[in-house]
Design a protein around this ligand. Sequence first.
Ligand code: BTN
Length: 258
Amino acid sequence: MEAPLTADDLSAGLKTQRVGRKIQAYAETGSTMDVAHRLAAAGEPEGTVVFAEAQNKGRGRLGRSWASPKGTGVYLSLVLRPQLPLAELPKITLMTAVAVAKAIQEETGLKPEIKWPNDLLLSGKKLAGILTELGRTETPYIVIGIGLNVNTPAESLPETGTSLAQQLGKPVDRLRFARRLLAELDAAYAEFLAGGMPAILESWREFAGFLGGRIRVSLNGRLLEGQALDVDPSGALLVRTENGLVQSVASGEIQIVE
Ligand code: BTN
């Protein structure tokens, strides 16, 4: 069993402005999302991060669960308090996806693919997922959850999933990776706050290999098929359908059509 990620190890010498200014690390919890919501609702500052070695109620988008086997992945939730209209919340997911993709690329040399809006893939298989939730207390906040399979053994992964170790053929230092991830999240958020969303979108496009290809996505209960063109500045996906119309999809899940 690998050494557990501890708050002391994660924060030692961390040179971030906001992300990780307060870190909690649990051996096991239900979901780091719930812990982060509790902390945020109690007034903890933005940049607070909750890690867990294992989650017994890890959750994903669209009511799915997130398998979180002990000591093999990075499971974290980050509290942010950006002043942002609700409609612009998808930008935070794009910003996070870029930070995760950069951390993977810098630490492993592997170039992940971002699958709009919240998945990171390697060799077409899911490596990581992002879950963005809004806290509607008097002072609203955001909790961003990231689940990433680092050294997760194949038998703990679904057929459609993969891990960094599986792709590299050797284990990855989870502590080093987690610290890099905090640094990339901090840099991306600082850029975002400084009005750098256009540059973030430029980076996002570099990882979004599905752009230009055919996708299916459901829009208002209707299945839409067409060419994925781009994301607009709000983070919505632009899709050109058969009849030439360009539709904007604010949220949902895409299927890549081979
Ligand atoms: C998805 O792909 O649907 C998003 C998965 C998000 C999983 C992470 S693991 C850390 C945090 N805690 C949770 O319960 N979920 C997120």
